[in-house]
Design a binder for this molecule. Structure first.
Ligand code: ZN
Length: 254
């Protein structure tokens, strides 16, 4: 369900059922002359729209205003929107605090931008991860009081942590493409991989008559195809289902 369309009784049912609540996170960034600037975020939004119909989940309105950086291209006449990470993490902290107060405890964020080395992190995902951690610590201290972790009721913390159910798992960040996806599908910027993925997911965001191949990173887009994109999409969807614990996840298939 789309969060903005939910009625309060539906929100209460989602809390009661511990539905995944998912934020599509991304940027607006120059992707060559042939592709829309929203590519990184659109890829997340469109993939989530596919899995939305497969199980109980909530999709939050997407956040497009991440730290695109001007590493690829300056903004003048080219379209990249850079918001510094120092402005993002307080926003993320407030957003997550609000979601925790509503009652959600199964919050996920998916990002595609600069996520090729996700364990190390890049400004946008690190800012949201930092904001998530700050929100959880502050929320726990406010609702349980100082010393909440040292309390006897938390004696099973490490066992719960191993099982994935401690409070720090209330908010999880995921790359749209994992390392194993990248091993089987090209990860690039506006090249074959991203262009093919857009052709499969959102063809209106691609106009190959505008492709000029003048920049090194767009050269491989000349061989992009919707068929290649669908292969990548299958890998992405399997990962998303698994991360959200939806029925179509590989580990739950018979
Ligand atoms: Zn991209």
């Amino acid at each position: 369900m789309r969060y903005e369309m939910m009625l309060p009784h539906q929100i209460r049912a989602a809390i009661e059922g511990n539905w995944p609540v998912v934020l599509p996170l991304g940027v607006l960034e120059y992707h060559g002359e042939h592709m829309a600037v929203g590519m990184d975020t659109l890829a997340v939004v469109k993939a989530l729209e596919i899995v939305e119909s497969e199980g109980n989940m909530v999709i939050l309105p997407p956040f497009y205003y991440g730290a695109a950086s001007y590493a690829v291209e300056g903004p003048e006449g080219m379209g990249s929107v850079q918001v510094d990470s120092s402005a993002l993490h307080p926003f993320a902290r407030e957003l997550f605090t609000g979601l925790l107060r509503i009652g959600f405890r199964n919050i996920h964020v998916f990002i595609h931008h600069q996520s090729e080395n996700f364990a190390v992190g890049m400004p946008t995902d690190l800012a949201f991860k930092f904001g998530a951690r700050q929100a959880i610590f502050a929320f726990l201290e406010k609702t349980r009081g100082e010393g909440w972790w040292g309390d006897g009721s938390m004696a099973d913390y490490y066992a719960k942590q191993a099982g994935g159910s401690d409070p720090f798992n209330w908010i999880k960040l995921h790359p749209l493409m994992t390392a194993s996806t990248i091993a089987h599908y090209p990860f690039d910027h506006a090249g074959d991989g991203e262009t093919s993925l857009m052709m499969a997911l959102c063809p209106e965001a691609v106009d190959m008559s505008r492709h000029d191949g003048k920049r090194w990173y767009t050269e491989s887009a000349a061989r992009a195809s919707a068929a290649t994109g669908r292969h990548g999409l299958d890998l992405i969807l399997a990962h998303v289902r698994g991360a959200l614990g939806l029925p179509g996840a590989p580990s739950e298939r018979k």
